[in-house]
Design a protein around this ligand. Structure first.
Ligand SMILES: Nc1ncnc2c1ncn2[C@@H]1O[C@H](COP(=O)(O)OP(=O)(O)OP(=O)(O)O)[C@@H](O)[C@H]1O
Ligand SMILES: [Mg+2]
Length: 279
């Protein structure tokens, strides 16, 4: 509704994990650096954990969009799969043609695909998002995939991505074998108070068609930080509401007052701003 009013080409605060909007905070950059390094160096197992809504999926999508042709990728988003379905989904996402329902044959097809990639000088990466939902037996199956190797190299680099429960799972006694194989672990935290303003400005500029988007004043940013604790998904929710309210009030400056009303609205409390433009 407010897109043309503010000269946006895209919604600046969509809740999708769109890599186009990636804000390269120091920790997001560091996580990306670890992923690149781990994949290039064929480190086998990597794990990215992080608080809910802190940008794990966005980071993965951004990684996928940056890897070149020589890196074959499979991205599994749905971890609510049986062990067979998980293996099948991996094979399908790599684009391997395997006309079999037999698990051993699926493993063989995967192994021969991976060996071919090594021969051609390629690398292969499996990213499993929402990995906190994987059961111990699924995780064990994923560990078995990391056994696929030549004498020198891991054939498959595996990135497990998940919420803090994944960190707990990986630290549990039962998964010691898996934990010992993870060469790189990184945990994403919410943004700091200083980063929140820069995050908001970044998304506004990326979405803007003319490079001069509306502004959030200092008090507005402070209130957004207090409410969201620096979690990007919550920041997006507040900012989207605040932009709608600013549009209704016909202003290019989002003030503390507007943000306070937007938060109240998000909390299900009655709207206080009169909306002359929405009627
Ligand atoms: N570094 C970032 N740059 C730009 N946008 C971000 C960043 N981090 C998070 N976001 C935005 O916040 C929202 C939530 O991000 P995302 O879905 O990637 O989080 P998540 O950690 O995968 O969440 P969950 O724990 O629910 O899986 C998305 O709209 C995303 O675009
Ligand atoms: Mg996610």
């Amino acid at each position: 509704m407010y897109l043309s009013y503010f000269n946006f080409v895209k919604h600046p605060f969509n809740l999708t994990a769109d890599p186009y909007f990636l804000f390269p905070s120091p920790q997001h950059q560091e996580a990306m650096g670890f992923l690149y390094y781990g994949i290039r160096q064929r480190k086998g197992f990597l794990a990215i954990t992080g608080e809910v809504g802190t940008g794990k999926t966005t980071l993965c999508r951004s990684l996928l969009s940056r890897l070149d042709e020589s890196v074959k990728t499979a991205f599994i988003l749905n971890s609510n799969l049986t062990e067979y379905q998980l293996l099948h989904a991996i094979i399908e996402d790599f684009g391997i043609a395997a006309n079999t329902r037999n698990r051993m044959n699926l493993m063989r097809a995967l192994n021969s695909f991976l060996l071919n990639q090594v021969r051609e000088g390629n690398n292969a990466v499996l990213i499993i998002d929402e990995a906190q939902n994987l059961s111990s037996s699924q995780l064990e199956q994923v560990r078995m995939l990391s056994n696929l190797e030549t004498a020198e190299d891991k054939l498959l680099q595996i990135v497990l991505v998940g919420q803090p429960q994944l960190r707990k799972k990986l630290d549990s006694k039962g998964l010691l074998q898996l934990r010992q194989r993870i060469s790189i672990r990184f945990h994403l935290y919410p943004l700091s108070s200083e980063e929140v303003g820069a995050y908001i400005t970044h998304r506004l500029i990326v979405a803007s068609s003319n490079g001069s988007p509306p502004t959030f004043d200092r008090r507005a940013v402070e209130l957004i930080y207090d409410y969201s604790n620096g979690v990007p998904r919550i920041i997006n929710m507040v900012c989207d509401k605040a932009l709608l309210a600013a549009f209704a009030l016909d202003t290019q400056t989002i003030t503390g007052r507007i943000v306070r009303a937007s938060i109240r609205e998000l909390e299900g409390e009655p709207e206080l701003t009169a909306c002359s433009r929405c009627s």
